[in-house]
Design a protein around this ligand. Structure first.
Ligand SMILES: Nc1ncnc2c1ncn2[C@@H]1O[C@H](COP(=O)(O)OP(=O)(O)OP(=O)(O)O)[C@@H](O)[C@H]1O
Length: 622
């Protein structure tokens, strides 16, 4: 065993366990791991290192020798669920900052959990302590874990008030404890069932919190609060006025341009069609016209647009987008671009004409544009259901109920069709889309995908494009300063992984320096790190009989994200593979090639924690 120090560590660890008959074979083979294969029961290996200890349902008791385990430097996940361990909470923080998942559920651990029990465990994502006999307060060190996404404390005896958990996207289950008091603000968007069985009040439970008796102290506090509120209202009004002034700035600048440069009677009421002879027609109107690029839309004047009530939809990397409701006309979206100043007018008009000719159900049509040297406005249709990003990552509501697998599949098929069309129609562009990301995939009434912000690379200032457009975050650009026809395929891959996992890559995309390394980590983590839990977004977990198809899409996503350009698929190949996907495995004649792994997932319903890297590796052939 001297050859493999992991063997010594594990055998020593085993000594602390009682009733470990299931581990009798430990030590019989010298090497614990063979690459990604584990020779010892209850372990998962990766590159010859033990990454996961999975001692589940083995009737074990005794103690967990964390000191010895801490010598396994690559341990990412520790699971002892479904055993008979009792006694105090094991001092897992000794396992260091690399542990990503801890499962102590369904044992008889008891007593208080020290407040600093999780201090410094900065990598941990899942803490599952459900169904034990823990008492006392929920340790506040849990609220300081930056990457925590899943915390399960249900069916214990925790008491006292709940601390607030500021982590974004964290799912918490604390049902059936003895907790009391108000539900803290960040937990108010949790599912009510995960808070039930306590003595809690406030949202999302329908139990109002009792009003406290107003003592002198509270009266003073109330007076202070009212004072502060009044002051902040005053400040907000001032800000609001200022921002109103700002938000109408584009109107003003447009109006000023027009007013300054044209006689009042000519004022801006001219609707101009962009034809091949546009420049001749418009020589007199050099500035500030609204140019329509298609004739299948109701037209309106620039004045109508300026008068329309406008709502800010958000501001991105290029400027802000507004929804404008034209009086007696359509609702349109106006996106303001200030980073298109380096492109010549002729070239700009030509490109807009080109975009105006595009017509496909999965593309957001450009309706009109406004041109001045300093700023450009692009007018498009309004998509009522908003963006894919808001559905994947926004708060759940009747309008945002979460997306199931068939809907996600339909969306990605639409994205693929839209991209395919762009590639066919704009063969001269290296980046037919260039800025593919979930906030630029809008949804129509039937949850079909509509691509937005496409084909803008030729008109956006180069430095700005290189700083902010998705295509320039690709490995080929960050490493070799080039983009190719396969670059959009990479963006498609990232989008697929985001769609399947429900995890947001934007924070990676936004980082400018080092974005490449971080995004590489993100992509790898989808398989390599997330094996400790479910790789697929839980909202799709109700899907039965479609997991094989989800895996196929995951594989497609990974092939699109391939770092090596030679090996990365081209768009046609990606589109073909996406088109072949079915909603259900039973509709897929090809599915037999996925063999038993698919069945394993189906029968377990993908709700278990079994999506291990080695399984993913096998299923995905990666
Ligand atoms: N035509 C549209 N219909 C409905 N919502 C839209 C439309 N265009 C944009 N949006 C939404 O408005 C918000 C702001 O969009 P905008 O395009 O300005 O920024 P972004 O997509 O977040 O970033 P970027 O500027 O990098 O594209 C986004 O949430 C976007 O999904």
């Amino acid at each position: 065993q001297e050859d493999d120090p992991q063997a010594t560590i594990l055998l020593k660890f085993k000594e602390s366990l009682n009733n470990a008959t299931e581990l009798d074979a430990w030590g019989k083979s010298e090497n614990v791991c063979n690459g990604n294969t584990s020779n010892w029961k209850g372990l998962v290996c990766h590159n010859g290192e033990v990454t996961m200890l999975k001692l589940e349902g083995m009737g074990l008791h005794g103690s967990i020798d964390v000191d010895t385990l801490s010598q396994l430097h690559n341990l990412r996940s520790l699971s002892v669920m479904n055993n008979s361990f009792g006694g105090a909470f094991p001092d897992v923080k000794k396992l260091g900052g690399t542990l990503r998942a801890l499962y102590l559920s369904f044992n008889s651990f008891s007593g208080e959990v020290p407040d600093d029990a999780f201090a410094g465990m900065n990598s941990i994502r899942r803490v599952v302590m459900r169904n034990n006999e823990f008492v006392g307060k929920i340790p506040t060190s849990l609220t300081e874990l930056p990457r925590l996404v899943d915390l399960q404390l249900q069916n214990n005896q925790f008491n006292g008030e709940i601390p607030d958990f500021p982590q974004n996207g964290l799912k918490v289950n604390i049902a059936n404890n003895k907790l009391e008091g108000p539900i803290p603000p960040h937990l108010q968007s949790q599912n009510p069932t995960s808070l039930e069985g306590n003595n809690l009040c406030g949202r999302p439970l329908d139990i109002p919190c009792p009003k406290k008796k107003s003592t002198l102290k509270t009266v003073i506090i109330i007076v202070i609060v009212i004072g502060v509120t009044l002051i902040s209202i005053l400040i907000s009004i001032l800000f609001f006025r200022q921002s109103q002034r700002k938000s109408s700035a584009y109107k003003k600048s447009a109006v000023q341009n027009l007013e300054n440069r044209k006689p009042a009677h000519e004022a801006n009421t001219k609707k101009v069609w962009v034809t091949d002879q546009h420049s001749e027609n418009n020589k007199k109107n050099e500035q500030g016209n609204l140019y329509f690029v298609r004739n299948d839309r109701q037209q309106f004047e620039l004045e109508d647009l300026l008068r329309a009530s406008a709502e800010v939809l958000g501001s991105g990397n290029f400027g802000s987008s507004y929804k404008a409701d034209i009086l007696n006309g359509p609702s349109v979206v106006v996106k303001r671009f200030r980073q298109m100043t380096n492109v010549g007018k002729e070239q700009f008009f030509e490109h807009m004409r080109r975009l105006g000719k595009l017509s496909h159900p999965n593309l957001l049509p450009l309706v009109a544009f406004y041109y001045t040297k300093e700023e450009k406005l692009l007018v498009t249709d309004f998509a009522e259901l908003g963006s894919l990003a808001s559905h994947l990552h926004g708060k759940r509501s009747p309008n945002h109920p979460g997306l199931d697998w068939p809907t996600r599949l339909n969306i990605i098929k639409g994205v693929a069709k839209g991209l395919d069309y762009l590639y066919k129609e704009l063969p001269i562009l290296t980046l037919p889309h260039g800025h593919l990301k979930s906030s630029n995939v809008l949804l129509d009434k039937k949850f079909g995908a509509i691509l937005a912000d496409y084909s803008l690379a030729p008109v956006i200032n180069k430095e700005h494009a290189q700083q902010f457009m998705v295509a320039y975050k690709s490995p080929e650009f960050t490493q070799h300063d080039r983009v190719t026809k396969k670059t959009d395929v990479w963006g498609l891959g990232i989008l697929i992984l985001e769609l399947l996992t429900g995890r947001f890559p934007a924070n990676y995309l936004k980082i400018v320096k080092g974005a490449n390394a971080d995004l590489a980590t993100w992509v790898n983590s989808v398989v390599r790190e997330e094996w400790t839990g479910e790789v697929f977004d839980k909202e799709m977990s109700a899907t039965r009989n479609g997991e094989g198809q989800m895996l196929k899409l995951l594989k497609i996503g990974l092939c699109c994200c391939e770092w090596n350009m030679e090996r990365r698929w081209d768009l046609r190949e990606a589109v073909e593979k996406i088109e072949e996907l079915k909603e259900r495995d039973s509709d897929d004649q090809d599915y037999s090639s996925y063999g038993s792994e698919g069945d394993v997932y189906s029968s377990r319903g993908m709700t278990d924690d079994d999506f291990s890297f080695s399984m993913a590796e096998k299923s995905l052939n990666i």
